[in-house]
Structures are given as C-alpha cells and as structure tokens.
Write a protein that binds this ligand. Structure first.
Ligand code: ZN
Length: 267
C-alpha cells in the first residue's frame, strides 16, 4: 500500500502542476507553526488568482466604421483564430466629396485576414448597416446571417451587384445562436424604425459582449413584437464583459415615439 501511494502521489501532483501553489502548501506547513497568527491571508491570495489565468483568451473589437460618425457601421470581433463581422453599411458623401456616390468602410484588414473570417451577422436592414455588404462579398464570399426581412433586403442588394444566388444567406430567429468558431452570436429582438431588428449577445471565452444594434423601446410596435428586455436583463444579471450601445439622441431628454404614431399621422 505504501509503495502504491508513493507512486500515486507524485502523479497527482504533476497532473495539477498547472494549478499554482498546491505543492507549496506542504512546504509551508512547518513555517506556519512559527507564525501561527499570520498565514491565513497569504495562503488565500494565490487561490484567488487561479480563475483569471484560466480565462485569459483575448477578444478584440475592431470598429471599421460607425464609431464617432453616422453611417457605414461595421465592427470586427476576433478571438483566437476566429473572426466575424457585425454589420457592413455605407454612408453618403459630404459636400466636400464631389463625384462620390457612396462611402463604404475600408475592407483592407478583413481582406488580409479572410482565412479567419467565419461569417457576417447583420442587425437590421437600414442602408448604413447593409449597404456595404455586396462590395465586401464581391471580394470575400462568406455566409451571412440575419432575420427574415433583413435577409430579404440583402437579397435585393446582391441582385443589383450580380451576386444573386452566389452567397449563403441564412435566416436566424431571435433567441437563436450562430456559431463563429470559438465565439457564438445570439440574436435578441429589439425595436427600431424598421421591423425585424435585433441586438446581439456575443458569447466569447473571455465573457459576454452585448451589442444593442440600433434600438428603441417600443411597447406598441407595428409587428406586435416588443424588445426582449427579459433576455437583456438575464444576460446582465449573469455579468457582461462589455456593452456596445447605440447612442443616437441619447443626450436628449424624453422618449422616442412608438412607430405606430407614424402611421397615425398619415390619417
Ligand atoms: Zn437603423
């Protein structure tokens, strides 16, 4: 028995070799007798460090448009060897851009890393979120994921650019999740001035990133589907690594009117 134990113990120790401080525990035992009042704190500190080291996978969020400007929204999320794009919009030229019809994001970074690109998710069908898509898909052909109306609008864009039937377009329902390598993107229903809009919860090894997309809280939306505040709350209670939120008019007091009032004003 003694011999067996002897052979087992070193194995256990080496199996747990990645977890620091376990082996130091034994060495400290005789020292503890000399400082019997003090050692409790010094023993606890190393234990608290352990979970952080396990969760060290970095996630990169790279805005290629839409930050500090209106239009051409496009964000890249990267983790390990995987990356995906959230939205791919256009913007319209300023007065100092004569002869320019539309402005699209700079795709250079994505083109250089296309081997790692797993797909594109789209929050809603406005031009500043889908208008650049056809130009990117001409260069890199990857699957696109969006809700039903958004996919329909994208189909029209691809047709204009001669890409009809050449791209994998996938309808995703709210509360469903799309795998993007080591990350997963969950669609969450939001309200906006166009139906079928979603926000996204991006589940990564480092934690959950919530991206609201363009949104408002509309209790009487035309399609009857209210923003899924319950899901946002659920994610919040579990802990969110970062929140990326639309901020249009965020500094103006009051509420945005329901989309229903737009229809009423035509009567
Ligand atoms: Zn919008």
């Amino acid at each position: 028995m003694n011999e067996k134990e002897k052979t087992k113990r070193p194995r256990q120790a080496s199996a747990k070799g990645n977890v620091p401080q376990k082996r130091h525990y034994k060495k400290r035992t005789p020292v503890q007798h000399e400082h019997s009042d003090a050692p409790a704190e010094t023993q606890h500190k190393p234990r608290l460090r352990q979970p952080k080291e396990v969760k060290r996978t970095a996630v990169r969020i790279i805005p290629l448009g839409g930050l500090n400007e209106i239009g051409k929204n496009m964000t890249v999320f990267e983790c390990s060897n995987d990356m995906f794009i959230l939205d791919c919009g256009l913007s319209f030229p300023d007065a100092d851009m004569p002869g320019v019809d539309i402005v699209i994001p700079d795709f250079t970074y994505v083109e250089r890393n296309k081997d790692r690109l797993r797909g594109i998710v789209i929050t809603h069908g406005h031009e500043d979120h889908i208008g650049g898509l056809a130009y990117l898909l001409k260069k890199i052909n990857v699957p696109v994921y969006a809700t039903r109306l958004t996919i329909g609008l994208i189909e029209g864009k691809l047709k204009e650019q001669g890409l009809s039937g050449k791209v994998s377009l996938n309808v995703v329902e709210p509360r469903k999740t799309v795998k993007m390598g080591c990350m997963a993107v969950e669609f969450i229903k939001v309200n906006h001035s166009i139906p079928d809009s979603v926000g996204m919860a991006i589940h990564t090894p480092a934690g959950v990133i919530v991206h609201t997309g363009d949104f408002k809280v509309d209790y009487t939306p035309i399609d009857g589907k209210i923003i899924d505040l319950a899901r946002f709350g659920e994610l919040g209670s579990k802990g969110v690594l970062a929140l990326m939120s639309e901020s249009t008019n965020a500094e103006r007091p009051g509420y945005t009117h329901s989309e229903r009032t737009v229809g009423e004003s035509f009567d």
